[in-house]
Ligand binder design. Structure first.
Ligand code: GLU
Length: 273
């Protein structure tokens, strides 16, 4: 049942959670533990959980002796190839305590727009969830680079939520909620709820930024949230360390109410603003 309200996350049957690079790599690599604990608690109550995780590039950097995020695409892709398996290893090590098995799923936006690839991905995801596996999705960075350049997987997470018809999507960030203007700007206020249909241009989310280790920001989150909300998935944007509260239905973050009358999934290139 689609989550109509953030409180419905406590009882949702299928949730996609997206975490960004900076929350689970570098000095925050130890945050994988608390994140996995929160996902395991949802899993234990019968919820089907899909994790969309960035962090391949950031995790791979030290293995290539890089102190900073590489600027050229080829080295970013190389770092992602090295970091992806380390990342999955870390997740599986944390999940083991809860007797949960992870399944690695690497996708591109193009896969989700191609009918055959989309139905293959859908079938595989359904089977993984039916087997109580926890799919961990990332962009297939060797062949696609959209999220490396623009979104740190925000948009991919929205497309995965559409693919599996999730009841809710949780986009984890480094801010507790979205603000009406960049935090720190005079008059910037926390946004509690964005009703479906509210024009996003009434807020100043700022442009997509490349931070220390990943890309993304409030604007990519808002536009990904709107994409998922358009096809009937409610979306909560909150800070990574609040994930347990979020999955428990607590009053945290910014809630994007779902479209009350969703039509077919909105494809990636459709304009949703
Ligand atoms: N797929 C990339 C990763 O996992 C996206 C993150 C980024 O924006 O660099 O590293």
């Amino acid at each position: 049942m689609t989550a109509r309200d953030r409180r419905d996350l406590a009882t949702a049957r299928r949730i996609v959670v997206k975490v960004g690079s900076s929350s689970i790599s570098g000095e925050n690599a130890d945050q994988i533990g608390p994140l996995v604990e929160a996902l395991a608690a949802a899993h234990a109550r019968g919820c089907e959980v899909v994790l969309v995780s960035s962090g391949a590039i950031a995790t791979g950097m030290p293995f290539l002796s890089l102190d900073e995020r590489p600027t050229d695409l080829a080295t970013q892709q190389a770092a992602a190839a090295v970091g992806q398996n380390v990342l999955i290893y870390r997740y599986q090590a944390a999940l083991r305590e809860f007797h949960i098995v992870a399944g690695q799923v690497l996708l591109t936006a193009g896969d989700l727009e191609n009918h055959t690839h989309r139905s293959n991905a859908q079938r595989a995801m359904e089977r993984l969830l039916g087997l109580r596996i926890l799919p961990i999705v990332n962009e297939n960075d060797t062949v696609a680079t959209h999220e490396i350049r623009f979104g740190d997987n925000d948009r991919l997470a929205a497309m995965v939520a559409q693919l599996v018809r999730a009841d809710a999507l949780v986009l984890l960030s480094d801010v507790p909620a979205l603000y009406t203007a960049p935090p720190g700007t005079p008059g910037a206020e926390v946004i509690d709820t964005i009703e479906y249909g509210t024009p996003l241009d009434r807020f100043q989310f700022g442009s997509t930024k490349v931070n220390g280790v990943g890309t993304g920001g409030a604007a990519t989150k808002a536009s990904a949230a709107r994409l998922a909300a358009a096809s009937g998935t409610g979306v909560l944007v909150t800070r990574a360390d609040l994930v347990a509260d979020a999955l428990g239905g607590a009053a945290v973050g910014t809630w994007f109410a779902p479209n009350p009358a969703p039509v077919a999934p909105v494809m990636a290139h459709a304009s949703v603003d």
